[in-house]
Design a binder for this molecule. Structure first.
Ligand code: LMR
Length: 327
């Protein structure tokens, strides 16, 4: 091999494996949220643990706030070796697999314990492998929490959403969910939501308390409904090429640190679902509404037909397993 070819193949190796100088492996972790969110805390904790345990062997570089890639681009970039870890919301894998759409079905999981039960069960674990044919590996789930609805008008019954434009993540289930209440869903990147709301290009959005707080959506929305109508959860993913190229001991050590970081992130998620809501209420910048049972039932009745619309793509057995996790 001549010198030029050697240099080219060294660069190609670097791109695929993320191996840096002197054999140090670099793990670039790209995400779109702020650092003071469950995912931001998890990513930074992962870096800290790897720094403590694998210094000189592995280095983690965290890129928050979409500094590196949007969720639309990050998986393509991962397959090219430009990033090694990401944790997109489960709503953003539609291009790669249909089965994860179960997590977007409105009013499916009654609480986060039900989500935990489902994910640790057979179907939930099987889904971590649902991206394998595309060259991606799910290393685990990570929570954010339940989503809330916001707009510049109160959203107390489904008709309040009719005709209004809502930003959604890139999910066909979420599109159907808003169409079910005659609203107008628009798939937009997370990084654009604040400006779209601020300029009234859209009327509303749905997200968790920690995302609404950390990105200041509450400052540009007059009303938020504590609707808990859907779930925002993540899958930590890597490329099979990168992961399988690691030495087995190192891989185990990285997975162990990741699992510990996820536990810390999940604890932050639980805490922030209360504390960030309180911060928003206390700010006085918006009005937070609680639904009566009758009002909530109306949303359930309007949105639940979406389950049947997607039963074939997801699999009724998967939906049934999710329903069973509520007990
Ligand atoms: C969103 O786009 O609203 C979320 O996926 C952001 C995130 O990663 O929590």
């Amino acid at each position: 091999m001549n010198k030029f070819k050697l240099a080219v193949s060294a660069i190609a190796m670097l791109a695929v494996t993320g191996v840096a100088n002197a054999g140090e492996i670099v793990i670039k972790f790209s995400h779109v949220v702020a650092e003071n969110t469950p995912k931001g805390i998890m990513a930074n904790k992962f870096k800290e643990l790897i720094d403590q345990r694998l210094a000189g062997k592995v280095r983690v570089e965290v890129f928050p706030n979409q500094q590196l890639f949007s969720d639309k681009k990050v998986l393509e970039a991962m397959l090219l070796g430009d990033v090694q870890l990401a944790a997109p919301s489960l709503s953003k894998f539609g291009k790669y697999t249909k089965i994860l759409q179960v997590y977007d079905l409105p009013f499916l999981f009654q609480d986060m314990s039900a989500v935990e039960r489902f994910q640790s069960g057979e179907q939930g674990q099987m889904m971590l492998k649902s991206l394998q044919s595309k060259g991606l590996i799910g290393l685990g789930y990570m929570h954010n929490g339940m989503k809330q609805l916001s707009a510049n008008n109160p959203l107390l019954v489904p008709n309040d959403a009719a005709g209004r434009k809502f930003r959604i993540m890139s999910s066909n289930v979420l599109k159907a969910q808003f169409e079910a209440v005659e609203a107008v869903p628009l798939k937009k990147p997370y990084s654009e939501v604040f400006t779209l709301l601020q300029t009234n290009a859209i009327d509303g959005q749905e997200n968790t308390w920690s995302n609404i707080y950390s990105k200041k959506f509450f400052e540009v929305q007059d009303h938020i409904t504590n609707s808990n109508h859907g779930l925002l959860d993540y899958m930590v993913v890597t490329s099979a090429e990168f992961w399988n190229g690691l030495d087995a001991d190192l891989r185990n050590e990285i997975q162990k640190s990741l699992d510990e970081a996820v536990k810390i992130g999940n604890a932050a998620a639980e805490e922030k679902s209360q504390s960030d809501m309180k911060r928003i209420v206390d700010s006085g910048r918006t009005t937070v509404h609680e639904l009566t049972k009758e009002q909530r039932d109306q949303w359930v009745t309007a949105m639940k037909p979406v389950w049947d619309q997607f039963a074939e793509e997801i699999g009724q057995d998967v939906i049934d397993a999710a329903i069973a996790s509520n007990k």
